[in-house]
Ligand binder design. Structure first.
Ligand code: SF4
Length: 612
């Protein structure tokens, strides 16, 4: 019996209505850890290239991190992964709550779905009993209704489901657990919808054995006490969650304003932004909540009597920025409404808000008329029109149908030069942080295996966050001395940040951990799994994972290196940055293909035949 992980995964074939367990060798875990590392290995090897992401042969799955399900602090995260129907590249989406740990309690390190049901279904895995059941009475419900109905029927279970947007195959839809924790990016709601899979219901009774329980408890206690006794930023994080950034990021010029074309001073001044600050939002705070095994608990349940909302969730910064700053909307109530609407429908707030911003700019510039928008006056900051438009997007109704697959596809349908207002990378709308502030975001927005994402490894966000300490966050991890001054070659530092980021993601750690205290990563891996891992081995596992995710996109025929970002979003030579990074990664800087030597060195020999 392994320590830390369960040693097996579950394959579910919806066409054949079968379940099949597969044991994995220990070496696979040591090389790919868990989360999207394990996903990249399994999906790359089992899904042929050019598979239609919304077809029956597409695979996608749910992958807890290596340490997920244990008490190790901040490790409750899991990932949904597969081919993104939105970008055509590798896709993954990180999520929290309690669903990931429950996969482990059911005895698995991954649940992978293939095939396609002929009518709406949901899957239950309850204490070893596995079934595929009729979901026709759930089809059409939002995720909160779905979760309530399934909990009523099956008792205390963990549910992950799609809402109306996933059912309608919106390419910007996600999958939701804990009523509002969404794996929002990459379009996996549409993948699940295409398989007519409404929900997965889990309840497990398995325990995770660990190598050294006493050490695990001591390390956890010490870290959690450090969080409890901390002041400053950590208290702010516990109190306001990510909404702390609503004003801070705007002040430093990081939050995109007016569809990336405006500025705080000219278009959305701080006195207006203060109306949607974390402080204002927190006036409606009821109680904190968070993910499994997290001492921070950065989420919050809200009550908004003005809207008749007795229980809703605090909007995250990204949501406030796309529906606030990006569209010049300072109507606080509309942010609560939009957040609630999107969560319930299971649609990504970043892509939805950014696509609304695209539509507004088209309207303001005469590309769209009131007839095109079903009578909506899509002017900057018109919160009631924005709410009506989002309802239409969710239901694919009228003009909403044109926008429901994101701004790139919408601009192709609208034409008339509208593509210049679509702020995306390979079809995915950009996260709400600016490469003009965090320069290295330019290359990661453009070229990461999951393009357009602000949560990917990127040096400048790692070193310039309010509390981040590049060296010393993990024992033995150090960036090279020179990377800060203009003219320094930063590519070695970029590579190291990439490696450690992939690794921490794949053990299940929340990225917010990078804002907090020194984290006993290697000690926890030893206590839980029993591995004596060096930081170099861990970073190398991260580089292997990144190279495989990237190779997946190359095998799909994606011309990664020639991707371009919308001009107004970036003011650095991100291609030059990327070429330096490629060189250090052991990838050919001219075409971004990993060299054969690199693939061999990373034990990725099975990729060589696909790329050469
Ligand atoms: S910090 Fe927030 S998002 Fe991260 S694990 Fe804790 S509760 Fe979840």
């Amino acid at each position: 019996m392994s320590n830390g992980y369960m040693g097996k995964i579950l394959w579910i074939n919806l066409s054949e209505e079968t379940f099949k367990e597969e044991q994995l060798p220990d070496e696979t875990y040591r090389q790919y850890l868990g989360g999207y590392g394990l996903a990249a290995k399994l999906i790359y090897e089992n899904m042929p290239s050019k598979t239609d992401a919304l077809g029956s042969n597409a695979l996608f799955g749910f992958f807890p991190g290596l340490l997920t399900g244990t008490v190790a602090p901040l490790t409750g995260r899991f990932m949904v992964a597969g081919k993104s129907p939105l970008t055509g590249t590798w896709g993954d989406s990180n999520c929290g709550g309690y669903f990931g740990p429950e996969i482990r309690k059911c005895g698995y390190d991954a649940i992978i779905i293939k095939g396609m049901a002929s009518s709406p279904k949901y899957i239950t895995i309850i204490n070893d009993d596995k079934q595929i059941l009729d979901a026709s009475d759930l089809w059409g419900l939002d995720v909160v209704q779905t979760e309530e109905k399934l909990t009523e029927k099956h008792g205390k279970v963990q549910v992950m489901s799609i809402g109306q947007s996933g059912e309608k195959l919106s390419l910007i839809s996600g999958i939701v657990n804990d009523k509002a924790r969404i794996a929002g990016r990459s379009g996996f709601g549409a993948v699940m919808g295409s398989k007519k899979l409404k929900a997965i219901v889990l309840k497990g009774n398995k325990a995770i054995t660990v190598a050294d329980k006493e050490a695990l408890l001591n390390l956890t206690k010490e870290y959690n006490e450090g969080i409890s006794s901390s002041k400053g930023m950590i208290v702010g994080w516990k109190t306001f969650g990510t909404t702390m950034a609503n004003t801070y990021c705007a002040q430093i010029g990081d939050t995109p304003i007016k569809n990336w074309g405006g500025t705080v001073n000219e278009d959305f001044p701080m006195e207006i932004i203060n109306k949607i600050s974390g402080m204002e939002i927190n006036k409606y705070r009821q109680k904190p909540y968070g993910c499994f095994s997290c001492p921070v608990q950065c989420g919050s349940i809200m009550k908004v009597p003005e809207l008749g909302l007795d229980e809703t969730h605090r909007p995250e910064y990204e949501t406030c920025a796309t529906f606030g700053h990006l569209v010049l909307n300072n109507d606080l109530m509309s942010l609560f409404t939009l957040n609630d609407l999107c969560n319930r429908a299971g649609i990504d707030t970043i892509s939805t808000g950014a696509t609304v911003a695209f539509a507004i700019e088209c309207y303001e510039n005469g590309i769209l008329s009131k007839e095109d928008t079903d009578g909506l006056e899509l002017t900057w900051g018109n919160s009631s029109a924005i709410i009506e438009l989002v309802k239409k997007i969710i239901n694919r109704e009228g003009f909403g149908d044109i926008l429901a697959d994101g701004s790139k596809i919408a601009s192709e349908k609208i034409g008339k030069g509208s593509s210049k207002y679509a702020m995306h990378s390979m079809g995915q709308e950009l996260g709400m942080h600016s490469p003009k502030v965090y320069n290295s975001l330019g290359a990661s927005f453009a070229f990461d295996p999951t393009p357009g994402r602000h949560t990917t490894a990127t040096l400048d966000m790692y070193i310039r966050g309010p509390l981040m300490k590049p060296n010393g966050l993990f024992e033995g991890f150090e960036l090279p001395r020179k990377y800060k001054r203009p003219g320094d070659d930063r590519s070695e530092a970029e590579k190291l940040v990439c490696g450690i980021f992939q690794a921490t993601n794949c053990v299940g750690l929340c990225e917010f951990m990078y804002n907090f205290l020194k984290y006993p990563l290697l000690e926890l891996i030893k206590a839980i799994v029993g591995w004596d891992m060096s930081i170099d081995e861990l970073v190398k596992a991260g580089l292997r994972i990144q190279t495989l995710r990237h190779s997946f996109s190359l095998r799909e025929g994606i011309d990664v290196i020639n991707n371009k970002l919308p001009e107004r979003t970036v003011d650095v030579d991100y291609l030059e940055d990327y070429k330096g990074y490629c060189k250090n990664m052991g990838w050919n800087p001219e075409n971004a293909y990993p060299t054969k030597e690199t693939l061999t060195d990373l034990n990725l020999n099975f990729v060589i035949k696909d790329l050469y």
